[in-house]
Design a protein around this ligand. Structure first.
Ligand code: GTP
Length: 598
């Protein structure tokens, strides 16, 4: 196909506004996927994704479409992940497109994440086509939502498409708009090859499968390619397009979207945002926008059973093959033994990895509370980045501590503004801005320490607003604060895995609340267990878990054997996610206690 008849686009939507349903419809009505073989939501093909109803990894699909003008067009849909943790990937897949459908649920309205992604699309100069979805719903208010989009984004909505992905309304109009409004790619076939990697995954037979958009030039099967950021070279074994299943071709030209396999060993070697060029005829400059994903949130992972340490290492190695953003390194904790310190893009990324380790690799893990990366200047003038609170230099060895701050944008119904502001205030937030949108909807902007956001902020926001508020955040920089290290002792033993960094003014409150919570969470033993929180050598809070008075079996009347068995089984099960610290069994929940203090 000539470049003039290619259209590359993506779909921007808030979670649940209908992106996957619409994508399915487009694939169906262009005959790309036959109705019979239409699996629900073709693009979300990871189990975990489907269960959680969120799109984590982005992919692509090529559709042939005969437009009303009688011409045949190739439409490439490039999917984007829907979560703030993955906004770098979103920006790279948008960079591979010339246009985007902005899908907004007509019964809801614009949400924070939609906004963030629209700004990314505008930065990439994309043509944006507004689509109001779910107009079949009785509560749909397309005019109000149009007004909202115009108000917030400044996008003309007079031509917005009214659609229902579910009922199949407006689908033809969307396809025609893509053809007529999204500009074709530039014709740069004669230039040297530059292709943008927007996704990749690891396949155990063929090595990494790289998804890319050819920006300039031509790529052929058998070509020796060079990845400009990583500086490595490979020979292409397989080249193809996604229909949406893989179909091999011999060459791809500027403007086209496809995949390749070249015996690449790990996705880390073919990172999202990197530029593919030819080894023999290298492009002068890589494509702009490449950055290495930096982990923002860290936690410790320890097997409950020390024998599982090699299994944990192997599982992390395997996950890493498919996840360039995952970081890990061995950690030895005096309380917990051998484990790993792991770094993630954000909380969702962390949860996904933890869940996979436990589900796919059947590991029993103790996971410590999330921490951010602190910047410490020592009194010798050294700069340290500390991702583990227990590694914080002592007060007399450090000059200052800085912590990362994020700008948080929230969109909420007006009635919840008060409770949201209270939450932000409790979390050391700095009020920045508030704007009334349409009909009682408000945007609220705060700057907050990232440490306060990773500890349960999202769930708090959701529960305080009955799920009606949405948020988006991004890093704005580091700021100095009077921070101190809070240590926890259980039965006289300091537990490094429970150490945390807190603001001086909150330390007493946190220390007290934490010891109280631990008292609730750690089961009684045959002996008394003192719990203490301290700053340096100064104890600021203490509690005591009383000794068990009765044996658990004493509860069984008259020696009912099956009942006795049941009780013992129950005990054994409850033990699974426990870590012995000294002589005390500490359950997983205790390591997350800090997330449950409000
Ligand atoms: P993520 O994958 O989480 O980003 O969500 P999504 O935006 O892909 O939403 P999805 O397509 O999964 O749709 C969310 C819900 O809305 C599903 O229950 C759909 O059946 C429903 N839905 C999608 N489009 C329509 C529509 O036009 N009308 C109605 N009534 N429901 C719809």
């Amino acid at each position: 196909v000539p470049v003039s008849r290619i259209r590359n686009f993506s779909i921007i939507a808030h979670i649940d506004h209908g992106k996957s349903t619409l994508a399915d419809r487009l694939l169906q009505s262009t005959g790309t996927v036959e109705d019979r073989q239409m699996k629900e939501q073709f693009l979300d093909n990871m189990d975990l994704e489907r269960e959680r109803g969120i799109t984590i990894k982005l992919q692509a699909a090529r559709m042939n479409y005969t437009a009303k003008d009688g011409e045949q067009y190739v439409l490439n849909l490039i999917d984007t992940p829907g979560h703030v943790d993955f906004s770098y990937e979103v920006s790279r897949s948008l960079a591979a497109c010339e246009g985007a459908l902005l899908v907004v649920d007509a019964s809801q309205g614009v949400e924070a994440q939609t906004l963030a992604n629209v700004y990314l699309a505008l930065e990439n100069n994309l043509e944006i086509i507004p689509v109001l979805n779910k107009i079949d719903l009785p509560g749909a208010e397309p005019d109000r939502v149009k007004g909202e989009i115009e108000e917030i984004i400044g996008l003309d909505c007079s031509g917005a498409i009214l659609a229902s992905a579910k009922e199949g309304i407006g689908i033809d109009e969307i396809l025609e708009s893509i053809v007529h409004l999204v500009p074709p790619p530039q014709d740069t076939v004669s230039e040297r090859l530059r292709a943008l990697i927007f996704d990749s995954y690891y396949d155990s037979y063929r090595g990494v499968i790289v998804y890319f958009r050819v920006m300039d030039g031509t790529v052929k099967k058998g070509d020796r390619i060079r990845l400009m950021a990583s500086g490595t070279e490979y020979e292409i074994d397989e080249l193809g397009v996604l229909c949406p299943t893989q179909k091999q071709v011999n060459e791809l030209h500027a403007g086209e979207v496809g995949y390749l396999a070249a015996a690449i060993k790990a996705v880390e070697d073919a990172r999202v945002g990197d530029t593919i060029t030819l080894a023999k005829a290298q492009a002068a400059q890589p494509l702009p926008g490449y950055t290495e994903a930096k982990p923002m949130v860290f936690c410790g992972m320890f097997p409950t059973d020390a024998d599982q340490y090699p299994d944990l290492r192997e599982a992390l190695e395997k996950l890493k093959l498919n996840d360039a953003a995952l970081h890990y390194e061995p950690e030895t904790s005096s309380a917990m033994g051998f484990g790993f310190r792991c770094g993630f893009l954000g909380l969702l990324h962390m949860e996904i990895v933890q869940e996979r380790l436990e589900r796919e690799y059947d590991l029993d893990l103790i996971i410590t509370a999330p921490s951010v990366v602190y910047r410490v200047i020592t009194n010798k003038g050294e700069e340290l980045y500390i991702d583990n609170p227990s590694h914080l230099p002592a007060p007399n060895e450090r000059e200052k501590i800085e912590e990362p701050y994020v700008k948080v944008d929230m969109i909420t119904p007006e009635t919840y503004v008060g409770t949201l502001m209270e939450l932000c205030q409790n979390r050391r937030g700095i009020f920045k801005d508030m704007k009334y949108l349409t009909q009682g909807r408000t945007t609220v902007t705060y700057e907050l320490p990232l440490a306060e956001v990773v500890t349960d902020f999202f769930d708090q926001m959701k529960s305080r607003t009955r799920g009606y508020a949405s948020m988006e955040y991004h890093l704005i920089g580091y700021q100095e604060n009077p921070l101190v290290k809070l240590d926890i002792m259980i039965n006289g033993d300091p537990v490094d895995a429970l150490a945390m960094i807190v603001h001086r003014d909150k330390a007493y409150g946190v220390g007290r609340a934490l010891t109280e919570k631990l008292k609730e969470l750690i089961p009684r033993h045959q002996f008394k267990i003192p719990l203490q929180a301290s700053i340096g050598s100064k104890v600021i809070a203490s509690e005591q878990i009383p000794a068990l008075r009765k044996d658990v079996l004493a509860k069984c009347y008259g020696g009912d054997i099956s009942r006795k068995k049941k009780l013992l089984q129950k005990q054994a099960k409850g033990k699974k996610r426990m870590k012995s610290i000294g002589t005390v069994d500490v359950p997983q929940s205790a390591f997350m206690a800090v997330l449950r203090l409000d």
